[in-house]
Design a protein around this ligand. Structure first.
Ligand SMILES: Cc1cc2nc3c(=O)[nH]c(=O)nc-3n(C[C@H](O)[C@H](O)[C@H](O)COP(=O)(O)OP(=O)(O)OC[C@H]3O[C@@H](n4cnc5c(N)ncnc54)[C@H](O)[C@@H]3O)c2cc1C
Length: 479
């Protein structure tokens, strides 16, 4: 008969086994575990891990996982803890084991001829971008959490971010993977091949599955030629329809060089400027909608600035764009991106603001914003919609701020109805309830509601096949 996972509130026997098997600095117990492992970034979920394991090598993690399996302990992987869905939180029992990858932070190899980089899961995303740049290469995954998010967390959530329209999601940037399985075995699929049809592509089981099937310890990532020319511009546009049309127009004119295209509403701009303490406004006049656009090329033979200016002139003449500010320096570029990222920071800074992560086909963005706005105000009259984000992949973060005269608690009580209303709008447009942040524990029930029952059944079968005792990150993702 299958034994259930361990639920003792004092996992002493496991702690003793781990402390005799692992170096002292790889282990912390109970009250010694610091505060930062006990809540998520939004402080929406709390946790009480009984044991914290911080392996420095794949072998140490494999050994720890084998001992956890013997003791039937529940294990939760923990990366940079920037996720928005509570995926890296243990429960409050004090019985679960938290595995932090932070000490596995080595770049094992950079191969410029193969355009690959082999890295450990605990490397910080921004550091990897920097390491690639030092090798005259680009690692294009980029998002607002990159200063703390680990590559293991990014891969296990299949993070998206700002350059998806050109380079794809995190999944598209991976060639090989090393994974420790729930029973401690190591899957070594660390190959840097662009063509490898030798059997099932098993790495896909661990990309975007949020640590429910295995713990990623290392990855071979794709690199690209480094950008030699880059242009960034903030555009004022009359409405969302023309924001979407502007991207299509610029892609027709400039081709694949467009890397990012972000929607910023007027209220999003205000909240951002406040959050980042910026007093200068990008435009003298107030506009309802803005688009942050970035184009880059590794070719010095492409006169990118001229091409962009010419296209923007045409866009202004045809009424797609009202006004444009082009970055003249790296400092200008950073300033424009700070405005974009400031919207997410403002949301993190106001715990009562509702964060959302739906996606729809790009051709339905305009309807999503209009219908979402109506749906939100039907639930909470006066609620302030801040739909912003990635136009190029249809991932609009439909954040909602409370009415100015409503207190935080009263607004938070409406969250479930607001989320449900927005999910219904997205699903009605053939969209998704989770574009890039994942499911974690917060959206698990919703996944069961909207996903085809056959798909849910298959997810459960895969989970049972890899984690038959249900010990790895239980209560996350799979409905
Ligand atoms: C300001 C801000 C802006 C953001 N913008 C974006 C954005 O534009 N696009 C986007 O996609 N995300 C964004 N995020 C969300 C977040 O940064 C990503 O989800 C990130 O990829 C999570 O990485 P992490 O290391 O913090 O993982 P964590 O939050 O620690 O964990 C996330 C999940 O992955 C699992 N996990 C962690 N490490 C591993 C591992 N090695 N093996 C297996 N499972 C593991 C955890 O158990 C959990 O389920 C943003 C976050 C912030 C704070």
């Amino acid at each position: 008969m299958k034994r259930p996972p361990h639920t003792d509130t004092e996992p002493r026997a496991l702690a003793a086994a781990l402390s005799s098997a692992l170096p002292t600095n790889a282990l912390k117990l109970g009250a010694d575990i610091e505060e930062r492992y006990r809540h998520d970034i939004l402080r929406a979920k709390t946790a009480a891990p009984g044991i914290l394991v911080r392996p420095a090598t794949t072998a140490e993690l494999s050994l720890a996982m084998r001992l956890c399996a013997e003791h039937r302990a529940v294990v939760v992987p923990f990366g940079g803890n920037t996720g928005f869905c509570g995926g890296s939180m243990t429960d409050d029992s004090g019985a679960q084991v938290l595995i932090s990858l932070e000490r596995m932070n080595q770049v094992r190899d950079i191969d410029p001829l193969n355009n690959t980089m082999t890295v450990e899961a605990g490397c910080i995303l921004a550091d990897l971008q920097e390491r690639a740049a030092q090798a005259n290469r680009l690692f294009p995954l980029s998002h607002g959490g990159e200063g703390s998010a680990q590559i293991g967390g990014c891969l296990s959530t299949n993070a998206g971010g700002n350059a998806v329209l050109r380079f794809g999601m995190a999944r598209d940037l991976v060639l090989g993977l090393e994974v420790v399985l729930p029973d401690g075995r190591v899957l070594d699929a660390l190959r840097g091949l662009r063509k490898d049809n030798a059997g099932y592509d098993l790495k896909q089981l661990f990309l975007g599955t949020e640590g429910t099937l295995g713990i990623i310890t290392a990855a071979v990532l794709k690199l690209f030629p480094r950008a030699r020319r880059r242009e960034t511009a903030l555009l004022a546009v009359p409405d969302v329809g023309r924001a979407v049309a502007t991207l299509a127009f610029l892609r027709e004119r400039l081709g694949e060089v467009i890397t990012a295209c972000e929607l910023i509403p007027a209220l999003g701009l205000d909240l951002s400027l406040e959050a980042i303490n910026e007093t200068r406004r990008p435009f003298a006049q107030r506009h309802d909608w803005h688009v942050l656009i970035e184009a880059e090329t590794s070719s010095v033979h492409f006169a990118l600035r001229d091409a962009l200016e010419e296209a923007l002139e045409e866009a202004v003449t045809s009424g797609l764009v009202i006004d444009a500010v082009l970055a003249e320096s790296d400092a200008d570029r950073t300033g424009l991106w700070k405005i974009r990222e400031g919207i997410a920071l403002a949301a993190v800074g106001d715990p009562s603001s509702l964060k959302n992560d739906q996606s729809v086909p790009c051709s339905s963005i305009e309807r999503f914003v209009a219908e979402g706005d109506r749906a939100v105000r039907a639930v909470v009259p006066g609620a302030r919609a801040v739909p912003f984000g990635h136009i190029g992949d249809g991932n609009i973060h439909f954040n909602v701020w409370r009415p100015t005269d409503m207190d935080a608690g009263a607004f938070v009580a409406h969250w479930p109805d607001l989320v449900r209303a927005l999910e219904d709008v997205a699903m009605g447009l053939n969209g998704s309830i989770a574009a890039e942040h994942g499911i974690g524990s917060s959206k698990r029930a919703a996944l069961g509601r909207v996903r085809d029952p056959v798909a849910v059944d298959l997810m459960r079968s895969v989970k049972r096949a890899l984690d038959p005792d249900g010990r790895l990150n239980p209560g996350k993702v799979v409905p």
